[in-house]
Structures are given as structure tokens and as C-alpha cells.
Write a protein that binds this ligand. Structure first.
Ligand SMILES: Cc1cc2nc3c(=O)[nH]c(=O)nc-3n(C[C@H](O)[C@H](O)[C@H](O)COP(=O)(O)OP(=O)(O)OC[C@H]3O[C@@H](n4cnc5c(N)ncnc54)[C@H](O)[C@@H]3O)c2cc1C
Length: 684
């Protein structure tokens, strides 16, 4: 197999591969790269003082807003361009640049703008969307509190309706209930989308979102609001995260973002979604684009780190055969290949999975008519997307953290120098595993979806009842899938150790079946344990807690299967025969490296023999060896302009070529012009 593999890939056309990766949003990605590569967006490699850095990031955000990029996100009738897919693709491209800029833009346009867009109605859109897209109105998305981050449904800030004045009174009851970590709060934010418990006529109505001013036009904090800086953070030093306290500030009734619930002047509360929990989850579901954007951004940042580390490993020489004076490039060493190339393959896998999720987001939200209720079919599609996005965000951000660290080490001392960016990339992406949904919490969301088949009851119950419900129906739900399982069982019959054959190792169906079998097996086991606990009369919360690690393993295995399927589909769809071979090899490496990582589990469960496990390790080595010759092209295909790579060791010509800068055009290119000139179709 080894020899065949070496022969299989002759050359890799990096620019053709780049087109495949850029996919349907190629034009917008190119446009965003061109903007970010300009000198206006360059940054000194030495750290700036915090305030100067924040000022620079604010200035960059304003400039980007001027190019019309953020307008892609908002509907045309309110001054936007109405292209959700392009907006996310552009945001993902931002991750090749400074990550404080990325997060500042994410907060302003994605989170704050997204809350006004998706939770508000026409009056809010007319009043604010234009100013949000242009950054004339800097804003914040104030959901988390010191006391409640993951458990958002339990935030304690209140907004109490006063029918006398037709105002909402916003209050932070205790120190624990202050809004915490809020981006854009410490310095720039003038208005905040504040998530709080709505109280109308003395009755609590659950979490809603209310617009509350933070600062006046001169930038002074308004009466009734106190703001503190969160202080020094691990990374993202250009973002002004702050804590907000509300001391009974009054805002007009219209400041309630009222797509999902309204208050009449007299104080009558109405909502088209009667059930409070269901309303809450529906509202949160509309904010899904933030989570998808963070997943995409983490993949972008990983590409930068791999570009730097792979190029360095192709140039840097250490040691060599005893009979030679010549030392070898680092990437000729097997261990170095194993450190970088499976991570590279997985980055490709996550890239294609992300592309599918963005496509589905664009399909669903492109058709959003702004009403509060959806058909059953639409609801199911949304819930499935939420689950896919949650799992992918978790896997992609964990992958970023692990890979960037590996890249740092793989570059030795040079990797530790600030000018080579890896330290900053690591520090800035670290929190991606926490914000927009902590990864562990997100995997629980995926697991609950798997165990309940997204049945309606799931979203109409509080979290404790949900746990009981999941535990109670998990077995039934999983058994409903028995037919599918039996089919898979038949398909995988030849996986039993006695019938293993060497040539199966690069068989895509072999990989897919192993991934599917692992998912089904873990899921069935978790459901069986939950059922046993419930049947024995144990407390459902306890039962669920007992099985939590098992349930999360099921969610992880499920998402791994989705990622492999997405990569396999991308290979199938590739029409260029040469590129198809390269993608197939990368997909093989991704699949076999994951099976190798989890080989103890597969062996424990009798799915692979120890002989086969060793053969898998040999295949991973062999695939690494085969792909080594093309590693440079495989990172070139990420299409990261030299100005954005910026690390001297990561430039194609090495440190000696540092300092080149794109010529300065007169004006920043404008995405609105691009859309007009090209008459760009959605997704062209
Ligand atoms: C730099 C930064 C920027 C941010 N920006 C914003 C912003 O602009 N707006 C905003 O609203 N928020 C923002 N956040 C807040 C962020 O969304 C929260 O930090 C996040 O949701 C996690 O909440 P938490 O910090 O309270 O952690 P916790 O919820 O306390 O979680 C701590 C740990 O406990 C685990 N855990 C929690 N519950 C369970 C459970 N049931 N089972 C098992 N494990 C559990 C989690 O996995 C996690 O590892 C930001 C945070 C940071 C650090």
C-alpha cells in the first residue's frame, strides 16, 4: 500500500485547490482578503499598550464597516445586502487577520446586530440596523452574568414594566447579577441588547431582550448604569470587555425586542409562543449565527498556525544521516509529520463541515420572514442546525487550541517570538472554547437532541424536567432507530477482526462504518443506562448526571461522524481528478488518525484486532509520508495573503522575504460595489 500511495499524488495545484476550499463564497473571501492585506490593517509585532490597541481595533472596525462587509448580514430593506452565507464567509476570512478585530466585529455586527435583527421588529430594524452596520452605533450583547454564564435561562437582571410611564425599569439585583465579560462595554458601547427576566403586572415572564443605553453621544456613561473594565485577560487585548450594573434605569416600552412577545401600553403581556421555555429556546435559536461564526473563525485561525508551522518545517533543518553533511528539513522527520499532517487533514475535514453548516444557515435564515412561528418542518430544520452547529463549534475550537499549541512547539524557539504570531493566536483563540456556548455545555445540547429526536417536549420544558424527560424517553428514541442500526450492522459485518483485510484500510466505507458503529454503540449504551436508572426508580436528575460522561461521548462520536461524512461528500463532489486524489488521501488520513486516537475503544469493543490497530498506525505513517511532499501546497491552498500570515518564519520565502506590503490603492474596495458590479447571485 505504501508504494501505491507515494505514486498516487503527483502534483498539487494549490490555486485550484484554493478554489475548491473557497467554494461558493469565493468572491467575498477574495474581497475580504484583499481588504485585510492592505497597510491600513497592519499592526506592529510588538504589543501595543491596551488603550492604543483598543483604539486601533475600533478604528479598524469603523474602516471595515465603511467597506459594506457587515451590511451583508442585514436585510436589504434596512440598508443591508441580505446575504447571510457571504457574511459568514467574510467573517471567517477575518480570522486570518487580527483576532481582536474579529471579535470586536462579531460582537458589534453578529451579536448586537443579530439580536436587534432577529429578536426585534420593523421599528427596531428601521431605527438601528443601518447605524449598527456602519458602526455609528457601537453596541454590546449583554447576556452573561457573573453568577450565570452557561445557564442563561437563570439570569437575574430584571426589566419590570411600569404602565404609568409605559417604561421598563432595568435592575441588577445583586453583585452576582451584574453583566460580565461583555464585549464593547468597557469603552465603546452606546447601546446594549440586555437579556433579563421580564416582569409584567407582577408576573415573571422569563428571559427577554431589552435595549438599554450605556453611553451618551459624548461617550459618557448614562445615569442609572455603572460600567467597570474586566481588566487584563489572557488574550484579545484589543477588545474592551466590561461589567455592567443597572441601577433602575428606565427605557421606553418600545425598547423591548418584541418579535416573540409584546407588552400593550396598559401592561398586557402577549406572545405567539405560549410556553415560556419553548419561547426561550426559540429566541436563542435565532442567534445561532454567532456560534457558527466562532466555529468558522477557529478553523481560520488554525489554518494560519498550520501555514506558519508547515512552511517553517519545510525550511528549518536539524540533524541528518551520519554519512551526510546535510541536515534534513524538520518535516522529513516522521514525528514532525505526525504532529502537523493529521492536524492539517482534520482542518480540511472541519472546513468542509463548516461549509455545509453555513450553507444550511443561509438556506434557513435566507428564507426567514421575521414572523415568530414556524412550520413543524422548519422548526425541525432549525433544531437540527443548532445541534450540528453546537457539535462543530466544540470540535473546531478544541482542535484550534490543540493545533495552535502543537504548531508553537513545532516551531521551537522561533514559535515563541511574538513576531511569529503563534503565541497571540493561541491566547486569542483560547476563549473560543468558552464563549458562544461552553463546549461541554454544547455537547450536552447535541446529546439531548440525539436522545430525544428533537421532540417538541424537549424545548417546552425547563432544564431539570428536560433531564428527566431525556432519561425517560432515550431508550425508546434510540430503539426507534433499530432498523437503521441493523442495516449498519449488516454493512459492518466484515469489520469483525477475523475478516479484516489489509486493502480495507483506505476504503472510505470502512472508515464511515467504523465511525457510525461507534456512534450507535455509545448512544445505545447511554440510552440503556438511562432507562435502567429510570426503571429502578432513581431520581432522573441523578440518573442523567451519573451518565453524563457517557452521554457526552455519544455527542462527540456523533459529531465526528458528521465531520467525516462532510469530508467524504466533499471528496465525492470534487470534479478535478488530480485534486480528488489529494482530498481522498487527506480524508483517509483524517479518518485513520481518529480511529488510531480512539483505538483503545475500538479494540475494547471488539471492532478492530491488535493486528489491525498496528496496520492502522502504519497507514497513518504512510499517509503522512505520502502527503509530506505536498504539505507546502496544502497550506498555500488556504490562500492566506503574506501580509496576514505576517510571521517571518511563515512567509513562503522565509524570514528574508519579510517586509513586503501590498500596494496602497486609493480607496478601500467596497463590497456593495462588488455586489452591484457583478450582480452577484446569492452564493456566487
Ligand atoms: C473574553 C470573553 C468575552 C465574552 N463576551 C461576552 C459577550 O460579549 N456577551 C456575553 O453575554 N457573554 C460574553 N462572555 C461570557 C461567556 O459567554 C461565558 O463565559 C460562557 O457562557 C461560560 O459561562 P461562565 O463563564 O459562567 O462559565 P460556567 O457556566 O461557570 O462554566 C464553567 C465550567 O463549568 C462547566 N459546567 C457548567 N455547567 C455544567 C454542567 N451542567 N455540567 C457539566 N459541566 C458544567 C463548563 O463546561 C465550564 O467548563 C465572554 C466571555 C469571555 C471570557
Amino acid at each position: 500500500m505504501e508504494a501505491a500511495l507515494q505514486d498516487a499524488i503527483e502534483t498539487v495545484d494549490a490555486s485550484a485547490l484554493r478554489e475548491v476550499l473557497d467554494g461558493r463564497y469565493r468572491i467575498v473571501r477574495e474581497h475580504t482578503r484583499a481588504i485585510l492585506a492592505r497597510p491600513e490593517f497592519s499592526k506592529p509585532s510588538d504589543p501595543l499598550p491596551t488603550e492604543d490597541y483598543r483604539e486601533l481595533v475600533t478604528e479598524w472596525t469603523r474602516k471595515l464597516a465603511g467597506t459594506g462587509g457587515p451590511a451583508l448580514l442585514f436585510p436589504e430593506e434596512f440598508g443591508g445586502l441580505g446575504r447571510v452565507g457571504e457574511a459568514i464567509a467574510s467573517f471567517e476570512t477575518l480570522a486570518l487577520s487580527d483576532l481582536s478585530l474579529l471579535v470586536k466585529c462579531g460582537v458589534q455586527f453578529g451579536l448586537f446586530g443579530g439580536a436587534v435583527h432577529h429578536l426585534g421588529t420593523r421599528k427596531h430594524h428601521e431605527r438601528y440596523l443601518d447605524q449598527i452596520a456602519s458602526f455609528e452605533l457601537p453596541g454590546a450583547f449583554a447576556m452573561s452574568e457573573s453568577g450565570h454564564g452557561s445557564n442563561v435561562q437563570n439570569v437575574q437582571t430584571t426589566a419590570t414594566y411600569d404602565p404609568e410611564t409605559q417604561e421598563l425599569v432595568v435592575e441588577t439585583p445583586t453583585e452576582e447579577d451584574r453583566k460580565d465579560y461583555i464585549g464593547n462595554a468597557a469603552r465603546d458601547g452606546r447601546l446594549a441588547a440586555v437579556f433579563c427576566q421580564l416582569v409584567v403586572g407582577g408576573e415573571k415572564r422569563g428571559v427577554h431582550c431589552v435595549l438599554v443605553p450605556l453611553r451618551d453621544d459624548s461617550g459618557d456613561v448614562v445615569d442609572g448604569v455603572r460600567i467597570e473594565d474586566c481588566g487584563h485577560k489572557l488574550g484579545l487585548h484589543g477588545v474592551d470587555n466590561g461589567r455592567i450594573y443597572f441601577d433602575g434605569i428606565r427605557v421606553p416600552r418600545d425598547n423591548l425586542l418584541d418579535r416573540y412577545a409584546q407588552i400593550s401600553p396598559e401592561g398586557e403581556y402577549t406572545s405567539p409562543i405560549e410556553n415560556e421555555n419553548r419561547r426561550f429556546f426559540t429566541m436563542l435559536g435565532t442567534l445561532i449565527q454567532g456560534r457558527i461564526s466562532v466555529g468558522g473563525a477557529s478553523i481560520g485561525a488554525t489554518k494560519v498556525a498550520l501555514t506558519i508551522a508547515v512552511r517553517h518545517s519545510l525550511r528549518r533543518r536539524q540533524f541528518g544521516p551520519p554519512d551526510s553533511d546535510e541536515e534534513l528539513p524538520l518535516l522529513d522527520f516522521r514525528v514532525h509529520q505526525r504532529r502537523l499532517l493529521p492536524a492539517l487533514a482534520r482542518t480540511y475535514a472541519l472546513h468542509f463541515t463548516q461549509a455545509g453548516v453555513v450553507e444550511e444557515l443561509a438556506r434557513i435564515f435566507g428564507a426567514d420572514d421575521g414572523t415568530a412561528t414556524q412550520s413543524d418542518e422548519e422548526q425541525l430544520a432549525r433544531r437540527e442546525l443548532e445541534s450540528r452547529a453546537a457539535g462543530l463549534k466544540a470540535l473546531a475550537t478544541w482542535h484550534a487550541t490543540a493545533t495552535i499549541q502543537e504548531c508553537r512547539e513545532a516551531c521551537g524557539g522561533a514559535g515563541y517570538l511574538s513576531e511569529n504570531r503563534l503565541g497571540e493566536l493561541r491566547a486569542d483563540t483560547d476563549v473560543f472554547t468558552t464563549f458562544e456556548g461552553d463546549n461541554t455545555i454544547l455537547l450536552q445540547l447535541v446529546a439531548k437532541g440525539l436522545l430525544t429526536s428533537y421532540r417538541d417536549e424537549f424545548v417546552s420544558m425547563n432544564p431539570i424536567a428536560t433531564v428527566g424527560f431525556v432519561a425517560g424517553q432515550a431508550w425508546e428514541t434510540v430503539v426507534e432507530k433499530t432498523a437503521v442500526r441493523e442495516l449498519i450492522q449488516r454493512l459492518t459485518d466484515d469489520l469483525v477482526p477475523g475478516r479484516e483485510r489489509d486493502e480495507d484500510l483506505l476504503d472510505r466505507d470502512y472508515h464511515l462504518n467504523l465511525f457510525r458503529w461507534r456512534e450507535e454503540h455509545i448512544l445505545t449504551g447511554a440510552a440503556r443506562r438511562l432507562k435502567r436508572g429510570i426503571d429502578d426508580g432513581a431520581d432522573p436528575f441523578e440518573v442523567f448526571n451519573e451518565c453524563q460522561d457517557h452521554v457526552l461521548a455519544a455527542a462527540r462520536a456523533h459529531t465526528e461522524r458528521e465531520v467525516l461524512e462532510a469530508f467524504a461528500d466533499a471528496c465525492e463532489q470534487c470534479e478535478d481528478a488530480g485534486l480528488r486524489v489529494v482530498l481522498d488521501r487527506l480524508c483517509d488520513l483524517h479518518a485513520l488518525a481518529e480511529i488510531e486516537r480512539d483505538r483503545a475503544w475500538f479494540q475494547e469493543h471488539g471492532r478492530i484486532s491488535s493486528t489491525r490497530a498496528k496496520a492502522i498506525t502504519r497507514s497513518v505513517n504512510s499517509l503522512c509520508e505520502g502527503l509530506r511532499a505536498h504539505a507546502g501546497e496544502l497550506v498555500d491552498a488556504f490562500g492566506i495573503p503574506d501580509e496576514l500570515v505576517s510571521a517571518p518564519i511563515g512567509l513562503p520565502g522565509g524570514p528574508a522575504s519579510a517586509g513586503a506590503m501590498a500596494p496602497l490603492d486609493d480607496e478601500l474596495p467596497d463590497v456593495r460595489m462588488l455586489v452591484r458590479e457583478l450582480g452577484m447571485e446569492q452564493g456566487s
